[in-house]
Design a protein around this ligand. Sequence first.
Ligand code: SAH
Ligand code: SF4
Ligand code: F3S
Length: 457
Amino acid sequence: MNKRAFIKSYGCQMNVYDATRMADQLRAEGYAVVDEADGADLVILNTCHIREKAAEKVYSELGRWKGARGASGAPTLVGVAGCVAQAEGEEIIRRQPRVDFVVGPQSYHRLPGLIREAEAGAKPVDTDFPAEDKFDHLARPTRRAITARGVTAFLTVQEGCDKFCAFCVVPYTRGAEVSRPVAQILDEAKALVDAGVREITLLGQNVNAYHGEDKGRAASLADLVDRLATIDGLARIRFTTSHPNDMGEDLIAAHRDQEKLMPYLHLPVQAGADRTLKAMNRKHTAAAYVELIERIRAARPDIALSGDFIVGFPGESADDFEATMEIVRTVGYASAYSFKYSPRPGTPAAERTDQVAEAEKSERLQRLQGLIAEQQRGFNRACVGRTLPVLLEKAGKREGQLVGRSPYLQPVHIPADAGVIGDIVTVAITAQEGNSLFGVRADAPETGAPPARSEAA
Ligand code: SAH
Ligand code: SF4
Ligand code: F3S
């Protein structure tokens, strides 16, 4: 019987993508990759270091695996991957000796070798930033594996960050900015679409700083989107996460001109006071961000905007926080994520002596989240009465329902007999509840799916 492997991911979408690539590799090594932790012969925790809570979760989770055994009766092999692995390396094994190996985000193409070493009793730690390109060495997903993952997929096109925001660990855990070559990305995208994928989200820590090699020249993210858009059967393209300073004119124009590029943009500003933005090393002002948003909206008036915010950055005064509330009111978000500042080891902001009190952070977060929730409800409510194209993704939670996504990334529920997973159907939105929309089919049923899908279904 095949050995069973279980991978649990924390953190951002790139970790989700990395987990699929690790799973593909393990399958090539003969493992069955399972969704159930019980009886796994190999467990990999794919970790996140962004905030203290995220990082600490790993150690409590590791405790659970102390006495675990695989189906064969042998002790479960336990590996730690991802950004905590990169940041803490050997320290993880010192703190939790149950861990058999540690592998950073740039070395997971070496997973098979590390597993063999760990099985032989060594406790390998690989947190190198190797010279070779991991993507040249990773196993390709099988058609079956892609199909099983559904009609939407992530695809990393850029990794790492050179921005060094004063609060953030990512430049240390993911390394310097690297862009994958266009041909390599097109290849991967074609394989995805060929197996039934209809929507691809391009990933990068600074995805709009993308500058991948294309026949000896550098392609921008807008160039890459145009190239991907020529793939028949690929219906929708998204990208995340962007930095305001890398929002090029061609990318703004793509939001107007490129039909396959969805009208949704995650563009974090983090804070609204120039003083705080400067201290964060964001390298732009609040006014510059608002002006950028105006240009983006001029190009694509219906675009749904999303963002990230940090409250209680060291030195943030009550007035500074009011400026954050104000920029949220000015921009108007369709959704946004907000966090209490968490001091991270090795980052400049963690050294500051003017940390904001925890109670103050909590109060600010609550107010900000209240405002964001109100804006989100407003955005969703304004969709009732509209007709939206919806990519059907999976069965809904309630029986007799299918759930898909609007162009603005909202979940949309429709009666299950109204379409087939993978189709894009026109839906008249009739109601809204929480973050979800509900509707009925407004067009005649059609079969717009690529031929590959019916074969895979
Ligand atoms: N690469 C992305 C985001 C990386 S982390 C970008 O540049 O936008 C995702 C979000 O986590 C950040 O946008 C920020 O809002 C938040 N974050 C990062 N470090 C944090 C910290 N030390 N404390 C609290 N939130 C943090
Ligand atoms: Fe972190 Fe800033 Fe880089 Fe985003 S741009 S990953 S917040 S350092
Ligand atoms: Fe977390 Fe690393 Fe992503 S720190 S947010 S998993 S890049």
